[in-house]
Ligand binder design. Structure first.
Ligand code: FAD
Length: 424
């Protein structure tokens, strides 16, 4: 049996990005997945929202989540710009998206609608909104030319004056919502994953599908992964199995449920948005996709049994805004976080060396994988991964990557109507 340097268990964005970075460096790697396609769980269910930190401007966490997210985009620019379809252009004042070709990112910007009228509004909420709007203005202006990227000092400059002016504006506003266009946009996740997998395969990645690892045995010179289809031998293991991490290591995980409706009937003018409210259960969001399709949701819940009732409310609220919107189907996405010792929670990534040669890895957000994978490499090998390398274009790897849920639901609805314009 071949002994790989690395076995990566789980092929969501965590497993794929780590497999890509290790093969990029010339290591022998096998990616093991229990399902018949890659990226077929949380990385299939997700919204494809590239966070630039806007959502976390409402979180009172001393800007730590914002810092992680700015860092992830900084690393995306630094370590992934060799990919032809990586179409983000860093500028001195914000990011632009190259639209000359179909790339990893779309200029489908997400709008925030903060409720400021229509119910008793509390001053702490208005202060929170003003602070959030101010920070979003700063993210729009952020200098991405690696002179100050990731530094928070510019976010604090002029804050008091601007926040006071915004509070005055909100108090005098006659509108139901304060609306801002955030710098956040959407991801063509299948293009991105395809590029990474094609590159990793060209660097020698092996893939073992339909192979559920149920035990990891420690031997003197290697670990033996006992799988449902085949066993695998490797010197090191990265566990990228989402919640499944807890079966192989002593880290604790926390799960929450994200109910989502796949909706149709959106028009070309429909915009991606989030309605934000002092009471989180009133928050709703919509991420627009191709062909009038969208993902409608709201918050994540800790109790799965409440998801249907909550989604009924969400769909009804969306239909009040857009009566043409129809629900095609619904599903519940599962979000997993590691809770480890005193590490701060929030949507950060976690890389935990749980045993000799065994690592547990969870990104917290798809967006954070761009920092998590280089950082994983640094933690293990104490050096930066390569920034310059040759990529390949190989659409064949598409066949082993699952579609997103919304793509499948759209294709199914077309099939039912005997249509042929499939999205893959
Ligand atoms: C509904 C929803 C919406 C989200 N929206 C966004 C968003 O818009 N933007 C964003 O940045 N983040 C978003 N997130 C978060 C993001 O999707 C996740 O953080 C990320 O996809 C998790 O990736 P992962 O690789 O850790 O997990 P997964 O994608 O779940 O991958 C884990 C893989 O491990 C495999 N596996 C498990 N056990 C075994 C085993 N024993 N043997 C072999 N294989 C195994 C699974 O089959 C799976 O393929 C969202 C999450 C959810 C749930």
């Amino acid at each position: 049996m071949k002994t790989y340097e690395w076995a990566i268990v789980g092929s969501g964005i965590a497993g794929i990005s780590i497999a890509e970075i290790l093969t990029r460096q010339g290591h022998s790697v096998v990616l093991v997945e229990k399902n018949d396609k890659l990226a077929s769980e949380a990385t299939r269910d997700f919204h494809e929202w590239l966070h630039t930190g806007a959502l976390y401007t409402l979180v009172p966490d001393k800007l730590i989540t914002l810092r992680f997210i700015l860092g992830a985009i900084d690393d995306l620019i630094e370590f992934y710009s060799c990919y032809d379809r990586m179409n983000l252009i860093p500028t001195e004042s914000g990011l632009t998206i190259n639209k000359a070709f179909l790339g990893w990112f779309d200029d489908n910007y997400i709008h925030f609608k903060y409720r400021v009228k229509g119910r008793k509004i509390t001053l702490p909420w208005l202060i929170g909104v003003a602070r959030s709007v101010h920070l979003i203005e700063k993210i729009h202006q952020h200098d991405w030319l690696r002179r100050r990227a990731g530094e928070l000092a510019p976010f604090i400059e002029g804050r008091r004056k601007r926040v006071s002016a915004l509070i005055k504006e909100l108090l005098n506003s006659k509108e139901m919502f304060k609306t801002v266009q955030t710098p956040d946009f959407t991801i063509n996740s299948r293009l991105l994953l395809n590029d990474m997998i094609a590159k990793a395969i060209s660097d020698g990645l092996d893939i073992s599908l339909d192979n559920k690892v149920h035990k990891i045995e420690k031997h003197q010179y290697y670990k033996l992964l006992l799988g449902s289809k085949e066993d695998i031998q490797a010197k090191n293991v990265a566990l990228c199995t989402g919640e499944g991490i807890k079966y192989f290591s002593d880290v604790k995980t926390k799960r929450s449920y994200a109910p989502i409706a796949v909706v149709s009937g959106l028009t070309k003018d429909s915009k991606s948005f989030v309605e934000l409210d002092y009471f989180p259960k009133n928050c709703i969001n919509l991420l627009t996709k191709e062909n009038g399709i969208g993902l409608a949701g709201g918050i994540s819940l800790s109790d799965r049994s409440k998801c249907d009732e909550y989604l009924d409310y969400v769909v009804q609220k969306h239909q009040e805004i857009d009566p043409g919107l129809k629900e095609l189907s619904r599903y519940v996405g599962i979000k997993t976080e590691i809770t480890f010792q005193n590490q701060p929670r929030g949507y950060l990534y976690h890389i935990v060396n749980t045993d000799d040669g065994v690592w547990a890895v969870i990104p917290g957000k798809f967006t954070l994988a761009f920092s998590m994978a280089p950082e994983f490499y640094r933690r293990v090998y104490k050096q930066n991964p390569k920034k310059h390398f040759k990529t390949v274009s190989n659409n064949k790897s598409n066949d082993i990557i699952s579609n997103t849920v919304w793509m499948d639901k759209y294709n199914k609805s077309k099939e039912d109507k005997n249509g042929s314009d499939k999205i893959t």
